[in-house]
Design a protein around this ligand. Structure first.
Ligand code: SF4
Length: 209
């Protein structure tokens, strides 16, 4: 059984799959330390327990070939049934993308595409060693103050620049646009990729889109 906060069909608004039609499954629960800038604190607690069979049947009924599994922290529920959902979706030919902070180790056996957004909290990157090795992409929330820390992380870990995405911090359209040019210029200078938050630019603070 997995604890689910919400499910909905939309477009992926962030990262390498931006613009792609997707069915979102948002799992409930996250792990400490929690991020003060979190845009989904409503998913930290509560949720509805649903079986893997129920979730798989729902995806099939929705006729989606791309599922985004997000949170909260989805991999905190890997052993509670997420491993089975991952396997069943893979065997059914349905693509999966995970959104994770990497605070919980990203399982080596995961079959979906993993986009890890490491969090700099309490003076350090909160990333499990296994997550660094397993993530396919790194998507950093960027603002003027975080650029040096991101550069240091990329250099220290010798990350392939094709795996590095910068996304301007901003829970509102206005705050994201205010940072966009600075982050854009930094991406040009360093060879990173730019990832906007398309749903925020389109709908501003509206949730569930
Ligand atoms: S890891 Fe993600 S879901 Fe958890 S507190 Fe941070 S931003 Fe929110």
């Amino acid at each position: 059984m997995l604890k689910i906060h919400e499910m909905f069909a939309s477009l992926q608004g962030e990262g390498p799959h931006t613009g792609r039609p997707a069915f979102f499954i948002r799992l409930s629960g996250c792990v400490a330390p929690l991020c003060p800038w979190c845009d989904t604190p409503q998913a930290w607690k509560g949720g509805t327990l649903l079986s893997v069979d129920h979730l798989f049947d729902r995806v099939v009924a929705e006729k989606h070939d791309f599922v985004v599994i997000t949170g909260g922290e989805p991999f905190a529920q890997w052993d509670k049934g997420l491993f089975e959902l991952d396997r069943r979706l893979f065997e059914a030919g349905i693509s999966v993308q995970y959104e994770t902070s990497g605070k919980v180790a990203i399982p080596k056996a995961v079959k979906g595409d993993v986009v890890c957004s490491p969090k700099f909290l309490d003076g350090a990157w909160q990333l499990a060693d296994e997550s660094f090795l397993t993530a396919h992409h790194f998507k950093f929330v960027a603002c003027e103050e975080s650029l040096d820390e991101i550069d240091a992380f990329v250099a220290r870990c010798k990350l392939d620049l094709d795996r590095v995405w910068l996304m301007p911090q901003g829970m509102t359209r206005e705050s994201q646009l205010r940072r966009m040019a600075r982050v854009w210029e930094h991406c040009v200078k360093k060879g990173y990729r730019l990832a906007c938050r398309l749903h925020v630019l389109t709908f501003d603070t509206k949730k569930g889109v």
